[in-house]
Design a protein around this ligand. Structure first.
Ligand code: S3P
Length: 197
């Protein structure tokens, strides 16, 4: 990341101590996009959602990519998109839930960014994903069991992130502030351009 970045209103914000992208990782429903967007606002930098970028690049939805080409194809595309996004140096990047689990994608993230695991419990994840149909892995009629099995498999891997921040029903601004404080402690510098809102 360069010394300055475009803000949402087209201006430039000094990034001072933040010299790498921040990548939000964690399970579906953890709040990577919602907290990531707030965090970017608060840091005065760009926000990018990798799932949206993958859909734009493919010209179809993630459901359609899974249906037509399968998960392995999706993971390969996800790795390529993450590689591009990490080079283009957006301020805050929300990764899809499986990105950090793929060895190659995780290495890319670990070498180019500060990774933040948003850790949530099963009830929070179920609540936040309920009734949403855009996630192929949860469209099985067994969403809770699937999420529990993903917790079992993936949490030891997410634990390799640079930072771990717990999220539950505290409200997004509280979680955002928690992430900000963890980042400031990690980088050893004040980073916020404004309060979380
Ligand atoms: C996935 C998570 C999704 C999306 C795809 C697969 C996963 O992203 O990339 O459906 O494997 O956990 P979100 O975590 O943003 O929902």
């Amino acid at each position: 990341m360069s010394a300055a970045a475009n803000t949402r209103d087209g201006g430039m914000a000094e990034l001072s101590a933040l010299d790498r992208p921040v990548v939000m990782v964690g399970l579906m429903g953890a709040g990577k996009s919602s907290i990531g967007r707030r965090l970017a606002r608060c840091l005065g930098v760009n926000f990018v959602d990798s799932d949206v970028e993958i859909e734009d690049a493919a010209g179809c939805s993630i459901n359609e990519i899974f249906e037509k080409y399968g998960e392995t194809y999706f993971r390969d595309g996800e790795r390529r998109v993450m590689q591009r996004l990490l080079k283009a140096a957006p301020g805050v990047l929300a990764a899809g839930g499986g990105a950090f689990i793929n060895n190659q994608t995780r290495e890319l993230i670990r070498s180019h960014a500060i990774s933040v695991w948003l850790r949530a419990d099963i009830d929070t994840l179920c609540d936040r994903t309920k009734g949403r149909k855009h996630r192929p892995l949860l469209n099985t009629g067994e969403a809770r069991a699937t999420l529990q099995s993903l917790i079992d498999k993936r949490y030891p891997v997410y634990a390799k992130a640079d930072l771990t921040v717990d999220t539950a029903n505290d409200g997004p601004n509280v979680t955002c502030l928690r992430v900000l404080k963890a980042l400031e402690k990690y980088t050893g510098a004040p980073l916020a351009a404004s309060e979380p809102q």
